[in-house]
Design a protein around this ligand. Structure first.
Ligand SMILES: [Zn+2]
Ligand SMILES: [Zn+2]
Length: 198
């Protein structure tokens, strides 16, 4: 059970995408260990493998108050979501496609004239930078399709977060409305997640 919580904490912290290194891994303070990516936060009974980080005190304070935020009247189980996003409808999961500009060669031949002479020049293809392939424009190279948010009572929650929450033992959520932070609790801790605004 603790292994599941630990793995979710590590996965959540790794989702931090603002270059904030001090939050890229979970940390501990006092009785608790913490993890957040800036949009979801988890606090659980201290796991000593997560070191103390004084510079995260402000974030720990914020998580403490989030876990104590208002809850709605109903506690919902974590809804089932697909195990992962479907493939991209354009590239069908093969996000590198042949560069049309160079026909996959990665280079282009130029012929130019200067003072009556003709010169040949071969250069890296400017479209694919010499790679011969370009990323799918639909999915930006992830190969994945839409990962729609899922309704939990009055709130919409990103499927990515619901997949993590589903791994926390006995996790339940109590959304207040469609815009307020959503508190969740599980056997061993609590946390909060931002809804998707609609
Ligand atoms: Zn694609
Ligand atoms: Zn090219």
């Amino acid at each position: 059970m603790n292994d599941a919580i630990r793995d979710v904490m590590i996965a959540l912290a790794a989702m931090t995408d603002d270059g904030c290194e001090r939050r890229k891994t979970p940390w501990s303070r006092g009785y608790w260990s913490y993890a957040t990516d800036g949009k979801m936060a988890i606090r659980t009974t201290r796991m000593d493998e997560f070191i103390e980080r004084g510079e995260n005190d402000g974030t720990a304070d914020a998580v403490d108050s989030l876990t104590a935020a208002a809850t709605g009247p109903t506690w919902y189980d974590v809804p089932a979501v697909p195990p992962e996003p479907g493939p991209c409808p354009k590239c069908h999961g093969v996000p590198s496609v042949k560069c049309e500009a160079c026909d996959g060669a990665g280079h282009v031949a130029w012929e130019f004239r200067h003072r009556g002479r003709t010169y040949d020049s071969v250069e890296d293809c400017p479209v694919c930078d010499g790679a011969g392939t370009v990323e799918c424009t639909e999915c930006g190279g992830t190969g994945k399709g839409d990962d729609p948010a899922v309704e939990v009572g009055p709130a919409l929650i990103r499927a990515e977060y619901l997949r993590l929450l589903a791994r926390l033992p006995g996790c339940r959520l109590a959304p207040v409305d469609g815009r307020s932070v959503i508190v969740f609790r599980f056997a061993g801790g609590a946390g909060a997640v931002m809804p998707v605004w609609r």
